[in-house]
Design a protein. Structure first.
Length: 262
């Protein structure tokens, strides 16, 4: 993976929305249905092909997730955090936040657990591909909610299925993630069967679809839908399914300084 010129973990980067930005449409569709599926052709303009390939290389340096119940070892991942500020014209600024444990108390399987994952390197957190995809998600979230300051959790996840076995993208089953909004971006799908996504809107019929091509994406209003993904199975060798998951939550304002110094 080539260098992006990032020299310090706390360096902030600002980006303008690209020509043909689809954040408006993404927000409108999500407001109507509670989720949106974006096929690759709608967002491939966000980054050149060479930048996409360079970004995808980050998934070759993940660490085994050993915390899945039953000792199942089919998932690799890294985790990181960003502070994202969205301006009125869609310009966004990104700054890495300190590494932290990850909790999902809304999901029974993970309730009460401080899960610690390997950190994402600063140059990956501020890579052109990361800024493009997280920026799209943050602009859509800002338009949906009116909130402009976000704390964003970033998950680089690879699911493997060896010959004769399968891998589970959502071992939790049907669930909410416990965030305001979630962006889900496919980066790789090689030799995979399965991986059918089912979205359950509140008061509506389930919607089933499969993310097939790099940059195929989903964006969900987590309070309005639950979702799940069926296991993947290998087709002619080890199956690989790489995802970028983006958790968006309104940033908590910093506590004011005590003027008395106490």
């Amino acid at each position: 993976m080539t260098s992006t010129g990032v020299t310090a973990p706390d360096e902030a980067v600002r980006t303008r929305p690209p020509a043909g930005d689809c954040a408006d449409g993404l927000a409108r569709e999500t407001a109507r249905a509670g989720f949106t599926c974006l096929r690759r052709d709608r967002i491939r303009h966000l980054l050149p092909a060479d930048a996409l390939e360079d970004f995808r290389a980050a998934w070759e340096d993940l660490e085994l997730d050993t915390g899945i119940p039953g000792g199942k070892l089919f998932r690799l991942r890294r985790y990181g955090r960003l502070r994202v500020e969205v301006e009125a014209d869609g310009t966004a600024s990104f700054a890495p936040l300190p590494h932290a444990s990850f909790r999902q108390d809304v999901i029974h399987m993970w309730r009460g657990q401080d899960r610690v994952f390997a950190p994402i390197a600063p140059e990956v957190l501020l890579h052109e591909g990361m800024l493009a995809l997280v920026g799209l998600d943050a602009r859509a979230a800002a338009q949906l909610s009116g909130t402009t300051s976000w704390e964003v959790g970033i998950h680089l996840i690879r699911i493997l299925a060896e010959p004769g076995g399968e891998g589970e993208p959502t071992p939790e089953g049907r669930h909410r993630d416990g965030h305001a909004y979630v962006g889900m971006h496919l980066l790789r799908r090689d030799r995979c069967g399965g991986g059918l996504s089912t979205v359950h809107p509140e008061g509506g019929e389930p919607v089933r679809l499969t993310l097939l091509d790099p940059l195929d994406s989903m964006f969900v209003d987590d309070a309005r839908v639950t979702h799940e993904v069926s296991p993947i199975s290998p087709l002619g060798g080890t199956a690989v399914r790489d995802m970028l998951l983006v958790d968006l939550n309104p940033a908590v304002p910093a506590a004011p300084a005590d003027p008395a110094g106490g």
